[in-house]
Design a binder for this molecule. Sequence first.
Ligand code: HEC
Length: 280
Amino acid sequence: MFKKTLRALPIALAVSATAGLSMAEAPEDVLDKLIKKTNSPYLTQSPQNIMIMPDNPAWLVADEGAILFRTPRGPKNASLEKCDFGKGPGVLEGAHVELPRYFADTGKVMDLDSRLVHCMKTLQGFTDNDPAIKKKHGSDSDIMKLQTYIASKSGGMSWNPPMNHPMEKAMRNAGEVMFYRRSGTMDFSCSTCHTQDGKRIRASVLPNINRPDEWTKAISWPAYRTSHDHVRSSQHRVLECLWQMRYPDIRNGSDASIALISFWTDAARGAPAILPDLKR
Ligand code: HEC
């Protein structure tokens, strides 16, 4: 992995030089401002993680994603440069902070993960069984490389998922019901653990959804998880929290997963995104 990264580095640097117009703000600077503003125990819980943020390994994954994005691939031998993430074909700046959103071409509310898969299928001709699409998790997966790159173009921008289309509102509202509804063998709801200031599970301080300047860090994915040594996605976090609640595994890209992500993104509205982030 390291060798491969070194070889990719000169190309990645050239790519980022040409993309120099990006307005994205460094994640460590965004976090620093939020800490000064809030003094939140969730944001400040790991001085070690704050120290290594400028050297976040997620940047190497994003650089690999930048190359993949521009490389003609798949049966149709096309790049992803014409993929529309909601702000027009190929526009990545600020796209991630406005997802999930409704897309007229599919008639669905889609998150970053499902929209990316849609473009890999329609533009590049990949199918569900191709490794490029099938492998959803891990820093070595195409999906995570691409998501990390695309999301990095929204660093410091305010979460602003559109709520104009009835489907966008319906998805957000369904996510709200899921967040507050107690069920499963442990009778947990998401709100059991995520609606109080400074609540802990052992050493971990849990983020409070009612504080946008704190909650923004909770929903800033992709993030490099030091305990996993991998970059993880929003979809992966949904899966993990439901697993923690002893629910059955949720299907990647299902409406239920996107509803939860719609609701949690709306809850961070107006707060700046920390992308890519680094977490426990
Ligand atoms: C039993 C308590 C519990 C429940 C219930 C729970 N979570 Fe979590 N959640 C956690 C813990 C613990 C973490 C990880 C914190 C850490 O690693 O420092 C976490 C992390 C998160 C994060 C990312 C924040 C981070 O720092 O990694 C989000 C977003 C989140 N949960 C959303 C949800 C949603 C949505 C639900 C309901 C589907 C839910 N949680 C249910 C305990 C819970």
